[in-house]
Design a binder for this molecule. Structure first.
Ligand code: SAH
Ligand code: SF4
Length: 421
């Protein structure tokens, strides 16, 4: 079975990367070609019903079978069909002949002393022998939570000038299975699936100990709102109460400002929203986040004001990367406070993480502190944890080579970015 899934990120403004100067978006390189033997990971209940029909399971059995599969997949984290003991042997072998339970392949794993883990994932490409499609997934443990940072695309069509991913071509969108599969492989690696308990009647049920992965942020590679359907389907599975069950309040989607899809994130997903603002004037934001030329700050903030479900308890996180001499003056801080007036908001200051060839530098730590103090005095939660100060550097949104380790500075910055609730 070879299905071509057309990426949904072609826009009238899309231009080849070779002409990227001044352009908002680049065109994608490749398409996703579905595996001959598809994984059940990432299929909605309706898609599972179709899969069962395809292998000849009678419709009157679908409800029960889907419930069983859902439990084995998303509560118990089964990696083999023969673990599914309450499914008949016959059906198990039929499933095995036609489907897999595959998650993305881990090409490299790094475990830091503080528990931060980074996985480099290798995804299937379009042609044999081509450069593999690689994205990252990072787990950041803290005392009160464990946050998993997911990627949504291989590369990005957008061209934010301070972002390393912005210099790369978009290779393709991730599928829903590849997105929720990141949560599953992280649970596999962290041994974070609920253990099995036997009830009095002898049935197996899952224990309800707190999980290591309590929060999800869509802050890895890619623009999630340009891969809307797959991101939505994946997050609905990750938040499903009969499965992985991570509360939508603990799932934060970060966008560079794809205005038409912001309300959809609220209504169709119901997750928390983070907006990469980074500047308070259109002129500067046009340079930092060129998508601003399509959707201005005023349009972006109007979409934020009407974000479905917005309240003081469910506020929007505004991300602001600290770029030395570019957007870090105290006048900028005052303008930021004025701009966000009336929007239930948190401000997350992200120290810039430099990459080879960038023209930007991270703001001086003293400046970040002064900026942060103004924001704090205006009533916003302190956005950067100061004690480790200078050591903080961000790493999300940037693909590293398999051998390159997350430095202590990057790990601490990841924490700064993960501070979304
Ligand atoms: N595409 C989405 C989500 C991925 S990037 C977005 O842009 O929001 C996640 C966050 O990392 C964004 O706020 C992005 O602006 C920020 N970021 C990207 N490159 C960075 C860098 N080099 N240093 C610090 N933050 C960066
Ligand atoms: Fe893409 Fe986000 Fe990087 Fe901009 S900051 S290029 S939207 S990943």
């Amino acid at each position: 079975m070879t299905t071509f899934v057309t990426p949904d990120h072609r826009h009238p403004d899309a231009r080849p990367a070779s002409h990227s100067a001044g352009f908002i978006e680049k065109v994608p390189l490749e398409h996703y070609v579905a595996e001959a033997k598809p994984s059940l990971v990432g299929m909605s209940r309706a898609a599972l019903a179709d899969a069962l029909t395809a292998i000849g399971v009678a419709a009157n059995q679908h409800k029960m079978r889907i419930q069983q599969l859902w439990h084995w997949l998303y509560v118990r984290g089964a990696t083999r069909f023969d673990e599914m003991t309450n499914v008949s042997k016959e059906l198990r072998s039929l499933l095995h002949e036609n489907f897999t339970l595959a998650r993305p392949e881990v090409a490299a794993e790094q475990i830091s002393v503080d528990g931060t883990r980074k996985w480099l994932l290798r995804l299937p490409g379009e042609h044999n022998g081509e450069h593999p499609h690689e994205v990252e997934c990072v787990y950041i443990p803290e005392t009160d939570r464990g946050t998993l940072c997911l990627s949504s695309q291989v590369g990005c069509t957008l061209t934010c000038s301070f972002c390393h991913t912005g210099t790369q071509r978009l290779v393709r969108n991730l599928t829903a299975g590849e997105i929720v599969g990141q949560v599953m492989l992280a649970r596999d690696r962290l041994d974070d699936w609920p253990g099995a308990l036997r009830t009095q009647s002898g049935l197996l049920r899952a224990d309800d100990k707190p999980r290591l992965i309590s929060n999800i942020v869509l802050m890895g590679m890619g623009e999630p709102l340009y891969n809307f359907d797959a991101v939505r389907d994946a997050l609905l599975i990750a938040s499903d109460n009969e499965g992985i069950a991570i509360s939508k309040r603990r799932i934060t989607l970060s966008t560079s400002g794809v205005v038409p899809n912001i309300a959809r994130a609220g209504t169709e997903i119901g997750c928390m929203l983070a907006v990469s603002l980074h500047a308070t004037r259109d002129e500067l934001r046009n340079e930092l986040v060129p998508l601003n030329r399509k959707y201005s700050i005023a349009e972006l903030l109007a979409a934020c004001r009407t974000y479905p479900g917005l309240s003081n308890a469910r506020c929007i996180t505004f991300e602001y990367v600290m770029l030395k001499g570019v957007n870090d003056s105290l006048a900028d801080a005052i303008a930021l406070i004025a701009l966000l007036k009336g929007i239930p908001a948190k401000i997350n200051l992200i120290p810039f993480n430099p990459w080879p060839g960038t023209k930007y530098e991270c703001s001086d730590w003293d400046q970040i502190e002064k900026f942060s103090e103004l924001i704090f005095n205006a009533g916003y939660a302190s956005p950067v944890r100061t004690p480790r100060g200078r050591d903080i550097l961000a790493a999300c949104g940037q693909l590293k080579s398999a051998t390159e380790k997350l430095s202590a500075r990057e790990r601490l910055a990841l924490r700064a970015m993960a501070m979304t609730d």
